[in-house]
Write a protein that binds this ligand. Structure first.
Ligand code: COA
Length: 212
């Protein structure tokens, strides 16, 4: 019995050591240290890495919850959460250079998402139309697993982007995008709902190890 427990502990330790070696091969110790520094302002977090140079990514938490799993952030990223707001980011997701996410109410970004550089995700217009002390309204933004958002796109309030979809560069998403599709333009429209095509681009971007 004791022998079985010992061997179980040994297997667990060797698995942890194998994963640590793999991680360090992919991301340097410095990226992990910068990740720890960044993560100190998150409510809950997994293993966070920060790659790229300066400015360092920033968190502005005005009294909400930021729950980030094992993720990668590039320089200039900003996560902003208002009082009572909730921002969640899933495992294996990265936010590229200068991406900004603002959660007044709720923003959910799923697992294995690729958020391109200069992308803005916001669940509110922020300033009320009638500015006389009106509370800021918001409507949840949900980005499901395996979504790729091309650079300089803007995802606006109340939008759900279905899993395994691609948003083309420079799009402004104002309405839901169904799963397995490619959407483009201002405002974004579905230009392909062929899952094989979306899969092709997702495979392509996943084979690129760094920021672009
Ligand atoms: C979405 C994308 C992958 C599609 O590539 P593609 O399948 O080769 O697209 P095509 O060039 O065949 O274009 C198909 C149609 O969509 C249109 N289109 C493609 N990208 C568009 C965009 N960003 N905005 C508006 N329309 C776009 C094309 O004009 C074309 O329209 P048409 O059929 O009327 O001529 C690519 O356009 C894109 O946006 N890549 C993002 C790159 C990026 O952001 N990289 C940084 C990563 S962090």
């Amino acid at each position: 019995m004791e022998l079985a427990e010992d061997s179980l502990t040994f297997h667990r330790l060797s698995e942890v050591s194998r994963r640590t070696r793999l991680r360090l091969r992919k991301y340097s110790l410095i990226s992990h240290m910068r990740g720890l520094w960044f993560a100190r302002k998150l409510t809950r977090h997994g293993i966070v890495v920060v790659t790229g140079r300066y400015p360092a990514p920033r968190v502005l938490n005005r009294g909400g919850i930021i729950d980030v799993k094992n993720c990668e952030f590039y320089e200039g990223v900003r996560l902003e959460v208002y009082k009572g707001g909730i921002l969640t980011i899933g495992n294996g997701t990265y936010l590229n250079r200068n991406a900004v996410v603002i959660a007044v109410g709720r923003v959910e970004i799923g697992n294995d998402c690729r958020i391109g550089w200069d992308v803005v995700v916001m669940d509110s217009d922020l300033h009320p139309v009638d500015a006389n002390d009106q509370p800021i309204e918001s409507s949840p933004v949900i980005i499901e697993d395996d979504v790729w958002i091309g650079c300089r796109s803007i995802i606006l309030k109340g939008v759900k982007i279905g899993r395994r979809s691609v948003v083309a560069a420079g799009s402004i998403v104002t309405k839901d995008i169904p799963p397995n599709s490619i959407a483009a333009g201002v405002p974004a429209r579905v230009i392909s709902n062929n899952p094989e095509k979306a899969e092709f681009f997702l495979k392509k971007i996943k084979s690129v190890p760094t920021s672009d």
